[in-house]
Design a binder for this molecule. Structure first.
Ligand SMILES: Cc1cc2nc3c(=O)[nH]c(=O)nc-3n(C[C@H](O)[C@H](O)[C@H](O)COP(=O)(O)OP(=O)(O)OC[C@H]3O[C@@H](n4cnc5c(N)ncnc54)[C@H](O)[C@@H]3O)c2cc1C
Length: 461
């Protein structure tokens, strides 16, 4: 049996000594967003091919060595947390875009390609990779698959799962499962890719993916509107859906608790609206007929104003103005760094009452806490971020309990898109039945009997 230093030597022989980092060299790996997952593992391994990933896993499995897959480390749930006995396996060197097929509308790429690189490559080919999140410059396709990333265009294009046609994954014992399907339709038995989508590295290591691309839109309209209450925001959403149909691709809501932190005088950014409102919404549409789409969009906004659904609004006239509106929604560094962040799902119509309820409960028990709310309302998903001067375990637990317990009456989900990682394990039973959790554990046991792949995450030890 391979053990300790022997194992590391054998791994170094597979990946090359430069790709097995230890000590300060491993710790130096950049964590661009401060997601609080310090490197504690005994080594960081950087394979360059699927064959190397498979050989490393075969060696690790033989001696029960635990392995934590690393993508861009941008997850917000401690899904890449390591302990000193672990090895971290980074996919960063599987960073090649193998093919963009402009006829079939597919891209084949390594797991270490960043979301931004995938978007740029699609754009260069006159196509569009629609999964888009604030961490696009750092997160990687393998991580996006493993977390089933959502983002700002889910209302139209779906989540990462909807963009993945096929993938290749290495199992815990080193077996390579090549399921590189390229077709929209393929019902040839079980669609095994789903075992690896959204399972946070517990069932296998994703090494390559085939993603579906869309036609590149030629029109792009973005508006920011101010509303007097949540009922008004819901009316704007209904009206936007009706008027814009399938060109509606984003609908984000921001409570003033978030907006006021992001914009001047408290925040850095200039508000494009002269007045302040309790709530704001960003409406985004993309289409394939520039002249017609622009008219439909501005008519939709005029109708909303005429019907008194919006108090004030601004329609972006240029890319710079579109970016300025989205920058407000993207102003989250302060949250990622300092706040307790939650991302929950519930029926759109219940979101307003839920946010009010959670805010009141937290402010009652943690005086002075800022409860900021914002998110992808068009797909039922709200982020709650809580900033408090008091950061002890008791306060953190109180805040967490309020956010999750308040979901129960609404039958809400504890994670809309960020996943479970280590952080949400105790709360999983709110969203999944005992039978579902038992089946997750059975699958894990069957596919990784020695429990070496990202152990302790999602379903616990
Ligand atoms: C500013 C900011 C904005 C964000 N906005 C959104 C958003 O709008 N929507 C959203 O869904 N998320 C969002 N996130 C969260 C995060 O960016 C996503 O979860 C992203 O998909 C994680 O990708 P990653 O490459 O960083 O994965 P990592 O954080 O490195 O890993 C995430 C999980 O996947 C596993 N993993 C990574 N790579 C592989 C692989 N190749 N094979 C198997 N397992 C693997 C890891 O072990 C871990 O369990 C945001 C994060 C930040 C910092």
């Amino acid at each position: 049996m391979t053990q300790g230093a022997n194992l590391l030597q054998e791994i170094a022989a597979v990946v090359g000594p430069d790709n097995l980092l230890q000590g300060a060299a491993a710790k130096r790996r950049e964590q661009p967003w401060k997601t609080g997952q310090p490197f504690r593992a005994k080594a960081l391994v950087r394979p360059q091919t699927t064959a190397q990933v498979a050989e490393v896993m075969r060696l690790c499995n033989a001696c029960g060595q635990t392995v934590v897959p690393y993508g861009g480390l941008t997850n917000l749930v401690q899904a890449c947390a390591t302990v000193p006995d672990d090895i971290a396996l980074s996919l960063e060197k599987l960073d090649r875009i193998e093919e963009v097929d402009a006829t079939a509308h597919t891209m084949t790429a390594g797991a270490g390609v960043t979301m931004q690189q995938a978007q740029d490559a699609a754009d260069k080919a006159g196509l569009f990779f629609p999964v888009d999140i604030g961490a696009r410059g750092n997160c990687m396709l393998g991580g996006n698959v493993s977390t089933n990333a959502g983002g700002t265009k889910v209302i139209r294009y779906g989540m990462m799962r909807d963009s993945v046609l096929g993938l290749e994954a290495v199992l815990a014992d080193g077996t390579v499962i090549s399921s590189m399907n390229r077709y929209i339709k393929n019902n040839s038995g079980f669609d095994l890719k789903h075992l690896f989508i959204g399972t946070e590295g517990l069932l296998g290591i994703v090494t390559r993916v085939v993603v579906r691309l869309s036609v590149r839109p030629v029109s792009h309209n973005v508006a920011l509107v101010g509303c007097r209450d949540f009922a008004g925001v819901m009316q704007v959403l209904g009206s936007a859906r009706q008027a814009l149909g399938s060109s509606l691709c984003g609908f984000e809501v921001m409570w003033s608790s978030f907006y006021d932190k992001a914009t001047q005088p408290v925040g850095r950014l200039e508000s494009p609206l002269s007045e302040r409102f309790p709530l704001y919404a960003i409406v985004e549409a993309m289409g394939t007929n520039a002249a017609r789409d622009d008219d439909i969009f501005s008519d939709a906004l005029s109708s909303m104003a005429a019907a008194d659904l919006i108090e004030d609004g601004v329609l972006a006239k240029s890319e710079r103005e579109r970016d300025a509106i989205w920058a407000i929604r993207g102003e989250v560094e302060w949250l990622v760094r300092d706040a307790q962040n939650f991302d929950v799902s519930l029926k759109c119509a219940d979101v307003g009452s839920y946010v009010d309820d959670v805010g009141a409960r937290i402010r009652r028990d943690v005086p002075g806490a800022l409860v900021a709310a914002f998110g992808h309302l068009g797909d039922n998903n709200i982020h709650i971020s809580v900033l408090s001067d008091r950061q002890d375990d008791h306060v953190r637990a109180t805040i967490e309990a309020h956010v999750y317990n308040a979901l129960r009456p609404f039958d809400g989900a504890i994670s809309a898109e960020h996943g479970i990682g280590l952080e949400k394990i105790p709360w999983l039973p709110i969203s999944r039945s005992e039978d579902e959790i038992r089946l997750m554990r059975s699958l894990k046991k069957m596919m990784d009997p020695k429990n070496i792949l990202n152990p302790g995450k999602v379903i616990g030890a």
